[in-house]
Design a protein around this ligand. Structure first.
Ligand SMILES: [Mn+2]
Length: 442
């Protein structure tokens, strides 16, 4: 017997990769080992005659000769396959193990006879490349599932893990008739009343702490055991909180489920949940804690303390204005005449300069204003006559985000950096852009 196994609570990438594997391995059957995610189950039910799977109870682990693991190789995520897992771990010579995966390596990865592991956005991309290399085709229903998987795992090609290979695979599938209406229906299904209730109660509990310069939100609420899709609720809460990271703690039956999201990866939420036995990615992680006979609010308080301690132990270092700014700053006196001003800007190769009177910032002049003054024939004027006010300023310990917000808010491309009254630097749109595009900063 040849089996395909994806991870438990299979997402679209796992489900699609399993479907692809059954095409690449003739006679292999997908064994659903640990349930499906919210949208996946609805899709799987509707397409069961197209994308077959059997329940784990129908698999005789002793008879398996080939196990193809897709979108997973961490043994603890295989689901309810203890007997098969035991054969994998002991390296049973009568069992071949093939792995197709895109996750980071872990200490508990299954030993494999063949492993195709690459850091692309979705495992579906890897298997689809193999299918195409063999000259095989897909119809519009298959194309829809595989496209759905790539959309789901790459955030429609916007997540940091996305590669050009995922985009090519998606383009190919669109050419094969991947149906956008069906994709949209399953990719972002409407929320249930339980999810909306969870969101509302969690929002009421929202608290924000500044930990090592990062804004970290905590929410907690009790939810019914019927409530699915708390991961979506958590992502929405992060967006609404406008924080760098959010930890949501849900009392659900006998368990406390912790779901965390990090907006930019500044806070590593996977490592923050390690102390609770959880894990995941830098930007998305989960943990489950048994509440048992303890007071749930005490468990929430204890877990929050563990998380906060773990975040404080991280080397979180948002980029500061002090690292971006140019210093010292060339400045001009209010009395500088325009010809001297132009000559200075040319020499410094700057398009503007602050105007200082007795070392106090009184205005800013820029080449464009100089051009206008000269065009009007006002070249006899001084810097004081054409300088602009107020001058927009920031401080050395402001973050890149603060600087970007300030530039956008005031529609300026330069911020003078002040320490008390003293001008200690200047940060420009070019500096900010260089940091944003991660060119030679640090
Ligand atoms: Mn995946």
């Amino acid at each position: 017997m040849k089996v395909v196994i994806a991870h438990e609570s299979a997402d679209f990438d796992a489900f699609a990769a399993a479907a692809l594997a059954t095409r690449l391995y003739e006679g292999a059957v997908y064994v659903a080992t640990g349930g499906f995610g919210r949208g996946v189950r609805a899709f799987a039910t509707l397409h069961r005659d197209r994308f077959h799977y059997i329940d784990v109870a129908s698999m005789d682990a002793a008879k398996v000769t080939l196990a193809v693991l897709v979108d997973v190789r961490r043994l603890s995520r295989l689901g309810k396959v203890r007997a098969l897992q035991e054969r994998i771990v002991r390296g049973d010579p009568s069992l071949e193990v093939h792995v197709w995966d895109h996750h980071a390596a872990s200490a508990e990865d299954a030993p494999a006879t063949l492993a195709v592991v690459e850091r692309v956005g979705s495992t579906t991309t890897l298997l689809l490349e193999e299918l195409r290399a063999r000259g095989l085709e897909v119809d519009h229903v298959e194309a829809t599932l595989y496209a759905l998987a790539i959309h789901a795992d790459t955030g429609s090609l916007t997540f940091a893990n996305t590669t050009a290979r995922d985009a090519s695979a998606l383009a190919w599938l669109m050419g094969r008739g991947a149906d956008l209406a069906v994709i949209n229906r399953f990719l972002d299904p409407p929320w249930s009343a339980l999810q909306r209730g969870a969101l509302e109660r969690a929002l009421e509990s929202l608290t924000v702490r500044v930990l090592r310069g990062a804004r970290v939100a905590f929410v907690s609420a009790e939810v019914s055991t019927q409530c699915e899709g708390l991961d979506e609720v958590c992502s929405e809460l992060l967006r609404l909180s406008a924080c760098d990271a959010l930890f949501s703690l849900w009392t659900q039956g006998p368990k406390l489920r912790v779901i965390a999201r990090s907006r930019t990866g500044l806070v590593d939420v996977a490592s923050a949940l390690e102390g609770l036995g959880g894990g995941g990615h830098r930007t998305a992680a989960t943990a489950a804690v048994r509440v048992e006979s303890r007071d749930p609010s005490q468990v929430i308080a204890d877990c929050s303390t563990v998380i906060e301690g773990a975040v404080l132990a991280q080397r979180i270092a948002p980029l500061r204005v002090s690292e971006l700014m140019s210093s010292p700053v060339h400045s001009v006196l209010p009395s500088a005449d325009l010809r001297a001003l132009r000559e200075s800007l040319r020499q410094w190769r700057h398009s503007g300069a602050p105007v200082l009177r007795e070392r106090k910032l009184v205005g800013i002049v820029c080449a464009a204003d100089l051009d206008r003054a000269e065009a009007r024939g006002d070249s006899a004027l001084s810097a004081a006559a054409i300088m602009r006010q107020p001058v927009r300023t920031t401080t050395e310990d402001a973050t890149l985000e603060d600087a970007l917000d300030a530039m956008a808010k005031w529609d300026v491309g330069r911020l003078l950096v002040l320490r008390g009254d003293e001008v200690v630097g200047i940060v420009t749109r070019v500096d900010a852009r260089r940091a944003l595009y991660r060119e030679d900063v640090r």
